[in-house]
Design a protein around this ligand. Structure first.
Ligand code: PMP
Ligand code: GLU
Length: 430
């Protein structure tokens, strides 16, 4: 039914020319190279290196027999646990209840059906995570990228948001704010969130606050914009990052009562598409969100390891001439290599896209160019996910000896440290 001259006319215009998501594609490409016998350092896909905490795995084992379709919105016990988790962890005064929670197979799915159910523009700081903008494109929504700068740590400034919204006052808009950020590893302070909240309130924006890395704030000091703008904020989270369970596929949205109309519309869409989230996974997630001392302990170690490795890696990149901020949460760095542009161009490398392709071919280090995250073509930024290490071993070693220095990192996270060595040597090569 197809022919090699191009896509058939019956292919939806919105998905024409689309390719699999860059994060997923780099993972599959890296795996194919490894299967073909190449050495690859996997700093492309961002997934937690740490195992799912044993009590959560045990809970999944005990609930493997649960086979029924559960409520579209999610298991009531899980929804109550999620509401309580956010109240406690992010210090939210707002009295969220089970009925304010929607559970889905991944927050990515929730983002998608939110965009489907909401009619209006999508505002995204650039850079931001790879999938927000393609999702809008699939649905046919207008995307407006809001500029940020390296000097501002790539974080959205309130005056930039305000200036944009003033241009066409009253237009319905959703802003996605992700902090700690994928791709930059930077986050907002509570003071910064308070100012952004005031701008969002003035323009009556709906804010999807993507806090999927909140529990991986490197000092555990994550705060939410929902504290300052509860009535307009949907808090997005899930098990994927802090619980090491990306492949389990469980994401959550927490709605204020004022946005129940959106929650209900999304529930209707969910009921006509994915129906419900896997029953055993939801049962195990109750244990995860209840967050006993074992999980608190797990998080203390995980954060400390990520902070140490991220800091070491950013310093290494800076020493090699890149501009790179010290990470504050999650497991990403977003170096800018424009200081090397001339030397790289002399080696036939025209921009960040070419840099990533050549780096992989010549050193085996897989990273993604900034253009995948909304930076313009010709830009020299890239995203690096410092996750290619054995998280189970790292947790065990850290529990024995929490003094993380360079020697510790080289011993316990050798693939990341070697990748950084190779990358920096390659960069400064004449
Ligand atoms: N938001 C951000 C910023 C992410 O990095 C990811 C990647 N997993 C997601 C949302 C989606 O996560 P999930 O669908 O696994 O909940
Ligand atoms: N969020 C991860 C990343 O940015 C991977 C998973 C995904 O993109 O869905 O690399």
């Amino acid at each position: 039914m197809t022919d090699h001259a191009g896509p058939p006319p019956s292919l939806n215009l919105n998905v024409r020319g689309m390719h699999p998501s860059a994060t997923v594609a780099i993972n599959e490409h890296s795996n194919a190279l490894i299967a073909a016998g190449h050495a690859v350092y996997k700093l492309g896909l961002g997934q937690s290196p740490f195992p799912v905490p044993p009590s959560v795995v045990e809970s999944l084992r005990q609930h493997a027999h649960r086979k029924e379709y559960m409520a579209v919105r999610g298991l009531p016990e899980l929804r109550a646990a999620v509401a309580e988790f956010h109240r406690r962890r992010a210090g939210l005064r707002h009295g969220y209840q089970a009925e304010d929670v929607l559970v889905a197979p991944g927050s990515k799915e929730l983002m998608f059906i939110a965009q489907l159910a909401f009619y209006g523009d999508l505002l995204l700081p650039a850079p931001s995570w790879v999938s927000y903008s393609p999702q809008a494109r699939i649905i046919g929504r207008q995307v407006n990228f809001l500029p940020t700068s390296l000097e501002d740590r790539w974080m959205l400034r309130p005056d930039t948001l305000d200036a944009h919204c003033r241009r066409d006052r009253g237009r319905p808009r959703v802003l996605i704010l992700n902090y700690p950020s994928n791709p930059t590893g930077q986050t907002f302070s509570r003071d910064e969130l308070e100012v952004l909240a005031a701008v969002a309130r003035e323009h009556q924006l709906i804010v999807i606050s993507d806090e999927i890395y909140g529990e991986l704030h490197h000092t555990g000091a994550h705060g939410s914009i929902a504290e300052f703008y509860p009535e307009g904020t949907i808090l997005s989270a899930g098990l994927s990052k802090w619980c090491g369970a990306g492949g389990w596929r469980l994401g959550t949205f927490l709605f204020p009562p004022q946005l129940r109309w959106l929650r209900d519309a999304m529930t209707a869409v969910a009921s006509e598409t994915y129906t419900t989230t896997s029953a055993p996974i939801q049962c195990a997630a109750v244990t995860a969100f209840a967050c006993g001392p074992e999980i608190d302990d797990y998080l203390v170690h995980a954060r400390d390891i990520l902070r140490a490795l991220g800091t070491w890696s950013s310093e290494k990149l800076v020493a090699a001439g890149a501009r790179c901020h010290r990470p504050e949460g999650g497991f990403y760095l977003f170096p800018d290599f424009s200081g090397h542009a001339q030397r790289l161009q002399a080696r036939g490398i025209a921009d960040g896209d070419a840099l990533c392709a050549r780096l992989l071919a010549e050193t085996g280090v897989a990273i993604l160019p900034g253009s995948d995250f909304g930076r313009p073509k010709g830009d020299w930024t890239a995203r690096l996910a410092y996750v290619d290490f054995d998280g189970e071993r790292a947790l065990a070693e850290h529990a024995r000896d929490a003094t993380v220095d360079e020697a510790w990192l080289r011993r316990v996270t050798p693939r990341v440290t070697t990748a950084l060595d190779r990358m920096c040597d390659w960069l400064v090569r004449g």
